[in-house]
Design a binder for this molecule. Structure first.
Ligand code: 5RP
Length: 225
């Protein structure tokens, strides 16, 4: 048993919170995959729900499994969104976007009555900033946007695909991954600094969005926080 078991346990536990008739937001990433699998299993045994996806891959997985996928612009509401995180602290502040979908994930979470976060124990941190912070950036003027970020003292690099080509988000933008030199004391300050730069679409910081946290452990246990 290992990290995959922890992710699966968290995803399966979160699926237990989904009730008949709900509209469910689907996050993105390797933990969210387990949640969507568990929803598909529940759907086969009579759970009727509709979903809204934060990415093409989650939409494809859900619709292949027989779940109805709505466009967020047409959904009357979203009851619960379930999504993973790269890091989460005791104040439920998060860094997300390892999968490059954080802008849509944040819009979906903010549109939902509750965001349930599913993580394995390695994602729980006392301070954010060990992992890179993804920042989504419009291509138009992107070298100048990058210079403005660097002028504030942040260092990072454009996200690339495994073949060396530039990673492009589903919104058609670039991602600049900031590497922090030390752990963060006030991530809200860093977010404010970055978001005011013209060309920055959004950062991977999530504040005030997480509701229940489902933590999965490698022995298959889960804890709700
Ligand atoms: C994608 C995300 C993911 O939720 C985050 O990267 C965690 O992914 P994983 O569950 O694969 O560890 O924010 O944009």
């Amino acid at each position: 048993m290992g990290i995959e078991e922890a992710k699966r346990a968290a995803g399966q536990k979160a699926a237990e919170f989904i009730q008949q008739g709900m509209i469910v937001g689907l996050g993105t990433g390797s933990t969210a995959v387990h949640f969507i699998d568990a929803l598909i299993e529940r759907h086969k045994t009579g759970l009727h729900i509709q979903t809204v996806a934060s990415s093409r891959s989650s939409a494809e997985q859900a619709s292949k499994g027989g779940l109805r996928v709505l466009d967020l612009n047409e959904a009357p509401r979203v009851d619960i969104t379930v999504d993973g995180a790269d890091e989460i602290d005791s104040q439920k502040r998060m860094i997300k976007g390892g999968g490059g979908a954080h802008t849509r994930e944040k819009i979906l979470a903010a549109a939902s009555t509750e965001m349930i976060v599913i993580v394995d124990e390695s994602k729980i941190v006392s301070r954010l900033g060990k992992r890179n912070l993804p920042v989504e950036i419009l291509f138009y003027g992107s070298p100048s946007t990058r210079r403005k970020i660097e002028a504030l003292g942040y260092k990072g690099k454009w996200r690339l695909n495994s073949d060396g080509s530039l990673f492009i988000t589903e919104n058609g933008n670039a991602l600049f991954d900031i590497e922090f030199v030390s752990l963060l004391t006030e991530p809200e300050y860093d977010h404010k600094q970055l978001i005011q730069i013209p060309g920055v679409v959004d950062t991977g910081f999530f504040f005030g969005l997480a509701g229940r946290i489902v933590v999965g452990f490698s022995d298959g246990r889960t804890e709700i926080r």
